[in-house]
Write a protein that binds this ligand. Structure first.
Ligand SMILES: Cc1cc2nc3c(=O)[nH]c(=O)nc-3n(C[C@H](O)[C@H](O)[C@H](O)COP(=O)(O)OP(=O)(O)OC[C@H]3O[C@@H](n4cnc5c(N)ncnc54)[C@H](O)[C@@H]3O)c2cc1C
Ligand SMILES: NC(=O)c1ccc[n+]([C@@H]2O[C@H](COP(=O)([O-])OP(=O)(O)OC[C@H]3O[C@@H](n4cnc5c(N)ncnc54)[C@H](O)[C@@H]3O)[C@@H](O)[C@H]2O)c1
Length: 466
């Protein structure tokens, strides 16, 4: 006999787990939400929010530095590192506090403060010795930073996303290992806050960018803020209280090292072997992306834990899908997923939506180095590539690295998800002078490349300054 029983047990009280518990309960389930800390989600505590707070401070510093372009001189720029970090933490604590308050308001008896592991497909053992029996289980245990072995020896000179926001002051210099999303966002922010930054990646491509033209623009923009060392294997060692990094016969020394080399799913310690699920070499079960079901078991996996789309909005969607199916099991409902959409909050932002160029696809390009509104704002850097399928030119994907990409990406995601064509988008009003107008050249190029005609009653040219 188990100590606790329920219809749906959710392991992990982050974004995905909270959504799963909420939706299972909404659909009539008795639920348990199990987490050792209920710290207030990775997003709010050590993820999206503190990183965007640091980026916001960096933008303020950059704007002051750049003001001279407009004839405005702010002589004597001084960045108060402790104040920058204090604001990051103060606002972060507020976001995390609100999330914790929400968790505390869940109905009595749902929260279980413990770490869970499977003892069979529907039984869990808690680290306080209690046993849980559930009709279905949702795994929503998130992901954690992976630190390659040589970097583990660096003591408190080593930073990850879990420690960088706790720094009392900005470091003088920082080596960033990994030019993925975390590495790029934090490297650029630190550089714009006056930290000397060098970024290393073993690959030649930053942030897995799939489009060469966009990657070239990104690389040269990043190289203005930091030293870039791509396609290299940095070797760390300790030397006189600093970290020495050796690579390709070169050497440099840094006050801190941020390791951002990926975040594998938290599945170790769950004892998934006891569930009877077939596991791959990484100990991962097969997860259906439309139902979140693992194999054919009454086990579901949502959020970063399944490693598929490790983003906040996806964690939330996947949690909801998993929670509903956990109570509906075995009568599962397959959900249609949203179009893949990822934003890296560099300046300018980097955005990837939907599919890459594929056979038969047509691509249109917009160059933001000459775009009117971008020039007005002195932010004229960037490239956009829109991909569409013949014969009608319906949009299938987009790669953007340009000012306003984080906002324009939402419009393009909507267009792609709704099967709109380049011509459909050109039928929309484009206000002048905006960054959105810059998309028109890419859309027109697609219209010319597919048999579909451009809207006949729209100006085929550009008003001045677009
Ligand atoms: C620095 C950084 C910046 C980011 N920025 C963005 C961004 O701007 N936009 C965006 O969309 N995404 C961003 N992300 C990604 C986003 O934060 C994650 O995709 C999202 O938080 C994942 O939510 P989750 O519920 O899967 O995991 P989490 O919120 O990590 O929740 C997992 C929970 O499981 C618990 N747990 C683990 N093991 C067990 C166990 N055995 N028993 C019980 N409980 C357990 C943990 O304590 C934790 O509470 C960022 C991530 C990082 C690291
Ligand atoms: N804006 C956002 O949405 C946002 C922001 C931050 C994080 N995230 C999420 O967090 C996840 C993890 O981010 P991440 O940046 O840690 O991982 P990542 O997988 O995006 O990038 C890791 C990078 O590290 C490199 N690398 C790995 N081992 C290395 C080594 N030994 N030496 C040098 N380089 C090495 C890889 O080549 C890769 O480029 C992302 O997948 C993303 O989903 C999202």
């Amino acid at each position: 006999m188990a100590d606790l029983t329920c219809d749906v047990a959710v392991i992990g009280g982050g974004t995905a787990g909270l959504a799963a518990e909420r939706n299972a309960r909404k659909h009539g389930a008795t639920t348990l939400l199990i987490d050792p800390e209920f710290a207030g989600t990775t997003c709010a505590t050590v993820g999206c929010m503190p990183s965007k707070l640091l980026i916001a401070a960096a933008r303020a510093a950059h704007d002051v530095r750049d003001a001279a372009t407009f004839g405005i001189h702010c002589d004597g720029l001084r960045i108060d590192g402790p104040a920058v970090m204090a604001r990051v933490r103060e606002m972060r604590d507020d976001f995390a506090g609100s999330t914790r308050e929400g968790i505390a308001k869940l109905p009595d008896g749902i929260l279980v403060r413990a770490r869970a592991r499977f003892t069979s497909a529907n039984r869990l053992e808690l680290d306080d010795g209690r046993a849980v029996e559930a009709r279905s289980v949702v795994i929503a245990t998130g992901s954690s930073p992976m630190v390659p072995p040589p970097f583990r020896e660096l003591g408190d000179l080593l930073l990850t996303n879990e420690t960088i926001f706790e720094l009392p002051d900005l470091p003088e210099s920082l080596a960033v290992i990994g030019g993925g999303v975390i590495g790029l966002e934090l490297a650029q922010a630190m550089a714009r806050l006056g930290v000397r930054v060098a970024l290393f990646d073993q690959k030649e491509t930053l942030a897995g960018v799939r489009c060469e033209a966009v990657h070239e623009t990104l690389k040269s923009a990043m190289a203005r803020d930091m030293a870039l060392h791509l396609g290299t294997s940095p070797e760390p060692s300790l030397e006189d209280g600093r970290v020495r990094i050796d690579w390709d016969g070169q050497t440099d020394r840094f006050h801190k090292v941020l390791v951002a080399t990926g975040r594998p799913p938290n599945v170790r310690g769950l004892n998934l072997e006891a569930t009877g699920l077939a596991l791959d070499d990484h100990g991962m079960p097969e997860v259906n992306p439309n139902t979140m079901q693992c194999g054919d078991a009454a086990i579901f996996m949502a959020g970063d834990a399944n490693g598929d789309r490790p983003l906040l909005h996806e964690a939330s969607d996947e949690g909801a899908i998993a929670g509903r199916n956990a109570i509906a099991y075995p009568a599962l409902v397959a959900s249609e997923r949203v179009v893949p959409f990822a934003i890296t909050f560099t300046e300018p932002p980097l955005v990837t939506i939907g599919a890459d160029v594929c056979e038969g696809a047509k691509t249109g390009t917009s160059d933001y180095s000459r775009q009117g509104r971008a020039r007005v704002d002195a932010r004229n850097v960037g490239t956009v590539r829109l991909h569409a399928a013949a014969p009608d030119g319906h949009l299938i994907g987009a790669d953007l690295f340009c000012p306003g990409a984080d906002h324009m990406g939402h419009m393009l995601a909507l267009a792609i998800q709704n099967g709109m064509t380049a011509g459909d988008l050109l039928e929309m009003p484009f206000y002048h002078p905006t960054l959105e107008e810059g998309l028109k050249s890419a859309l027109r190029e697609i219209c010319h490349a597919v048999p579909l005609r451009m809207p006949g009653d729209r100006d085929p040219g550009n008003p001045p300054g677009t």
